[in-house]
Each structure stands twice: as C-alpha cells, then as structure tokens.
Design a protein around this ligand. Structure first.
Ligand SMILES: O=C(O)CCC(=O)C(=O)O
Length: 322
C-alpha cells in the first residue's frame, strides 16, 4: 500500500492519518477469535500479576510482565508484518532499511484512561541519517472499534514536532505540552488523574480518533496523545506496533532495539514467516545490533520465559477451540 503525495504531506505536517486497513477482514476476525480463546476472568489476570491497565482478560506470561501470550503470536504478526504494512512503513520512513521494533495489545480496562504523554521524544535532528522518529500503527480490533465511550485515542495534531516545525521533540527540552498540561490540569483532580482513573483534561486543539475495526491509525511515534476513559464493562481491544529506521554504528540507545526475535518466537512461528518478514525482524542479522540498555532489565527477567508461537501453541483460557 502506497500513500499519495497529499497523504504524505498530511502525515508529515499533522503527524497522523486514518486509513482503511489494508489486510483482509478475516485477519481482524482471527485476532478476536484468538482473544476469545485465550481470555480468562479478570480476577485470574490480577492474581497473575496483570499489568495495571493493559491486561483485562489477557494474563501476563509471567508476573509483572508487560506481555501476554498473544502480543506477537501468529495472527497478530500476520497483521503487523503484512506486506502492505511493511510497504507503508518503508514509505513513511523514507527508507527500505526499517525494522519491526515491537507490537503489543492494549486491552484498556473498564474505568481506566491513558494520560497525556509522548512515547518517544528523541531529537532526531541530531542524528544525520534519521529524519523521523518511527511510525506507530494502532488498530482497534474489537467488534466495536474505538469510540469515545470505550476509550478511543485523543491526540494533538502536529505535536510531534518542536514549534519550529522542523525538529522532533527532545526529551531534554521542556516541551510546550508539559506546560500546556500543567496549565490545564486542576490541582484538586490530580490524584485520580495521575492514576488514570478519570479521563485526563481536555486540551485546546485535541482530536478524538473514533475508528471502526476496519480502519487503521498511523501516527508519528512522537505525537502527544492520551485516551478517554473506558466507560464500558468490556476491555477495549487495540494492538499497536512500531517500525523504526535502522541506526548503524551508533550507541545502542539510539538504535532502540527491544528484542532479538529469534529468542522470543517459537520454531513453528519462525517457520511460517516469509523472507520479507524475516528481513524486517532482522532474524538473519541478529549480530548486527545491540539491545537498547533501557530494556536490559526486561531481557534479564523475561528472556527464555516469554515466548510467542502459532495458534496451536496458545494457552487456551476458556477452552474454546480455535
Ligand atoms: O491504549 C490506548 O488507547 C493508548 C495507548 C498509548 O497511549 C500508548 O501505548 O502509548
């Protein structure tokens, strides 16, 4: 899937786009089937040390882990590594040399919201080869998609850049968004807000991104965003994933690799990948990069335990057959 000049310009200026999902609808249905098969009672998730707001009926693979059995399992990988997605990522990053950083499921719990934040604020203007901070795809794959009622995304268009419109955000600089937030958050509401129990404050210029499960949000990894509070009784299903341009011969923290996929995907899943999928997972180049030191603790804690496989390898929750 390739974007036209107008879409590219819009993405560059505003930092986000909504597209029709470029994969067959059956793949989205397979994601829901997989969730139904693996889901357990929310109390079981809590007892298993479920991550505070991203796990509702999907248990972490080990206590405290961010990762459930599905995040990079076969059906999810077939969407995240779909040829149309790889093509889009390459076009948006302006280079063939991109890698799949990671994906993950956010099953926003009832009564929870996500506060305003930036995921990634590196000033890439300091890196001569890099002109973007990475592209993130967000797919709200539950039957009801994303609505204000179930906690859809909110974002501030064009917030992925500094006010000069040229540079991406730098974590070391105070940003205008931190100031904006401080000016709008009422002091008395801070405790519940900071804990994500009420929706964060409305900010001037913000947009709510309501989507059907047949749509895809494409956004700069640097955009300023939050979610509404999930007012429904169900966990809101979304999976998102990130591609980044490769940074060679620079410190590991600039490369920002989180996984060596060969250590986390089962042999049966590895067997089912195409050459192109192997390429963006860097499976045949695993000696050519270092894991970002920011993820060393995760690697030490979870390496060899957290794994993702094919459908037949999933732990079945309610015993429903796939
Ligand atoms: O789950 C959501 O809707 C928002 C997720 C988010 O903000 C994030 O993962 O950075």
């Amino acid at each position: 899937m390739r974007l036209d000049a107008q879409q590219l310009d819009e993405y560059s200026r505003q930092g986000w786009l909504v597209l029709d999902a470029p994969w067959p609808r059956a793949l989205t249905e397979a994601l829901r089937t997989a969730v139904d098969a693996v889901a357990v009672h929310p109390q079981v998730v809590r007892a298993a040390g479920g991550h505070k707001w991203t796990h509702h009926t999907l248990a972490p693979q080990m206590p405290g882990s961010y990762w459930c059995a599905l995040d990079h399992s076969e059906d999810f990988m077939q969407v995240m590594l779909h040829p149309e997605i790889v093509e889009l990522a390459r076009q948006l990053e302006g280079t063939e040399d991109v890698f799949f950083r990671n994906g993950g499921i956010n099953q926003l719990r009832p009564q929870r919201s996500v506060l305003w934040h930036h995921d990634y604020k590196m000033d890439v203007s300091a890196l001569p080869d890099i002109t973007t901070s990475g592209v993130e795809f967000m797919h709200y794959f539950g039957a009801s998609g994303a609505s204000r009622a179930n906690g859809c995304l909110r974002l501030i268009p064009a917030s992925h850049r500094l006010p000069d419109g040229q540079r991406y955000l730098n974590p070391r600089d105070p940003t205008r968004f931190d100031e904006l937030l401080a000016a709008h958050r009422p002091a008395g509401a801070a405790a519940d807000m900071v804990n994500g129990l009420v929706a964060d404050v409305e900010l001037p210029g913000e947009v709510s991104v309501e989507l059907s499960p047949d749509q895809l949000l494409v956004r700069s990894n640097s955009i300023f965003h939050a979610s509404w509070r999930n007012e429904t009784a169900e966990g809101r299903l979304m999976h998102h994933w990130l591609y980044r341009p490769r940074v060679r011969d620079r410190p590991a923290s600039e490369g920002n690799h989180r996984f060596r996929w060969g250590e986390y995907l089962t042999p049966r899943l590895l067997e089912r990948l195409t050459d192109e999928q192997r390429q963006v997972l860097l499976l045949d180049e695993s000696d050519s990069f270092e894991i970002d030191p920011a993820y060393n603790a995760e690697k030490d804690r979870e390496g060899g335990v957290v794994r993702w496989g094919v459908r037949e390898e999933l732990p079945l929750g309610r015993q429903s057959a796939l």
